[in-house]
Design a protein around this ligand. Structure first.
Ligand code: ADP
Ligand code: MG
Length: 463
């Protein structure tokens, strides 16, 4: 721990001043005065910076809009910073209880036993990530149904469908949507009781209640909620007593017309180790799946996230990432953050070479076989020439250069022989192919932007 006023802390203070200066330049005076100026530096503990702000509202806004920038500017100053936390200034904490005055009074007038339960109840819901809002969620074909259903549940006065069952592969936005529902409800109807928790946590509480022979209170807690969200229910499978309890709680809530929102990695029918009656009941409401993301959606997400970063990442790099990292959004985010931190550190724009190097582990090339036709197609698309010009006798530079690149790629990415490559490019001689290969190599060494073009083509062909 670094004590205030020690030498290290003085350094941290100086870094903070520099970070603020940079941010001011980037966002302008007005924004700076409204949001950054009010932040004060509290302490630095084991590489973790603690900043404080006067209210929960400001905290949320800063986390959403500025935390990433603060982080990356700070990293430039000091590589040892591993995290930044924003807390609410202590003097103000009591003023911003999450309960309204009437609600507090209501609780106070109940008996002590109930009061105790209410505390458990309030602490039982997991923290919500303030960045997981509807406005930060990018919508496209693969997730539009899930998104629309989530919005509907959050905005409805009644219970539109029960349960809402969201499912899809890992990192596709299930948790994000659930948190977004909770944020939205808290904003629209602060008195509604919303509990969000992972299925694992649900199990943990249940087992704890069993041990203290307290299952009645346990059930009561859940039966008092308005909206219950359980994330990743596939983790409940196979645990008989938890499953049973979940089922009862679940039925009771549905009977009382309380909103339930469940997520899992599979559809209700495909969940393994879950009792048949529960499986069928889970599918009673609306089942919305999130499909694997398309290229367009991946690119859209990258573009949206890039805007919030301190460093700018060139569009061709974003396209490259969207092509290459297809598994899930978490990996896309990880890649982007790494690139942005690196770029601010070295103070240079990122190029494809650096990307390849920095993201080696993520890009573990899923190299596949390409053929000459694909190469000709991609290259002509890329340079906007006709596919037929790959074999035509035209010699103008605008078609000859792309043709040479295509020959070069055919030599390097396929196992075809030089004479065969020549034949496929309008019956040219193998010496023409050799000439093309040499020419392209020479240009790649000489001309960076030419080289980037070729690299991009290679990666697109291999992905
Ligand atoms: P899951 O719960 O399905 O495994 P998460 O909700 O945790 O996935 O999402 C992983 C990360 O990807 C989160 O940081 C989330 O904000 C982000 N994310 C997922 N889908 C989107 C989207 N459509 N738009 C913006 N961010 C997204
Ligand atoms: Mg999740």
């Amino acid at each position: 721990m670094v004590e205030a006023n020690s030498k290290d802390f003085t350094e941290i203070q100086a870094q903070w001043a520099t970070v603020r200066g940079r941010i001011r330049q980037k966002i302008g005076d007005a924004q700076f005065k409204s949001w950054i100026k009010i932040i004060s530096l509290k302490e630095c503990v084991d590489g973790k910076i603690i900043l404080s702000v006067p209210s929960a509202f400001i905290r949320t806004r800063i986390i959403e809009q500025y935390l990433d920038i603060i982080k990356s500017y700070w990293l430039v100053q000091n590589l040892k910073i591993n995290d930044i936390e924003i807390v609410i200034t202590e003097d103000n904490r009591s003023k911003i209880s999450t309960k309204s005055p009437s609600e507090i009074k209501k609780v106070e007038t109940k008996n002590k036993e109930y009061h105790k339960q209410d505390d458990i109840f309030n602490s039982i819901s997991s923290d919500l990530d303030t960045r997981f809002t509807f406005s930060n969620f990018i919508v496209g074909k693969p997730n539009e149904l899930a998104f629309a259903a989530a919005r509907r549940v959050a905005e409805s006065k009644d219970v539109p469908f029960n349960p809402l069952f969201l499912y899809g592969g890992v990192g596709l936005g299930k948790t994000h949507l659930m948190h977004a529902i909770a944020h939205e409800i808290k904003e629209r109807k602060p008195l509604r009781r919303v509990i969000y928790m992972s299925a694992e946590k649900f199990m943990y509480y249940f087992i704890k209640a069993l041990r203290f022979k307290n299952t009645v209170a346990f059930k009561e807690q859940f039966r008092n909620v308005d909206v219950l969200m359980i994330d990743d229910v596939q983790f409940i499978s196979g645990k008989d007593s938890t499953q049973e309890e979940f089922f009862h709680t679940f039925n009771a809530l549905i009977d009382q017309n309380k909103q339930l929102i469940i997520s899992a990695d599979k559809s209700p029918q495909d969940l393994e180790g879950i009792e048949e009656r529960m499986r069928s009941r889970l599918g009673w409401g609306l089942v919305a799946d999130i499909h694997p993301l398309t290229y367009e959606l991946r690119l859209g997400i990258l573009q949206a996230k890039e805007e919030k970063l301190a460093a700018s990442i060139p569009p061709n790099i974003l396209e490259f990432l969207a092509h290459k990292i297809t598994s899930n959004v978490r990996e896309l985010e990880g890649a982007l953050n790494r690139l942005s931190a690196f770029s601010s550190l070295v103070g240079r724009e990122i190029n494809l070479d650096m990307v390849q190097d920095l993201l080696k582990d993520l890009l573990k090339s899923s190299q596949r076989k390409v053929n000459i036709e694909e190469i000709q197609k991609k290259v002509s698309q890329h340079f906007n020439v006709k596919m037929s010009d790959m074999s035509s006798s035209r010699r103008s530079r605008t078609v000859a250069r792309p043709r040479q690149i295509a020959m070069y790629l055919s030599k390097n990415l396929t196992s075809r022989s030089l004479p065969e490559i020549g034949r496929r490019f309008g019956n040219r001689d193998h010496t023409t192919v050799i000439h093309a290969v040499k020419k392209v190599e020479e240009l790649r060494n000489k001309d960076d932007s030419f080289d980037e073009d070729v690299q991009l083509l290679i990666r697109m062909l291999e992905s």
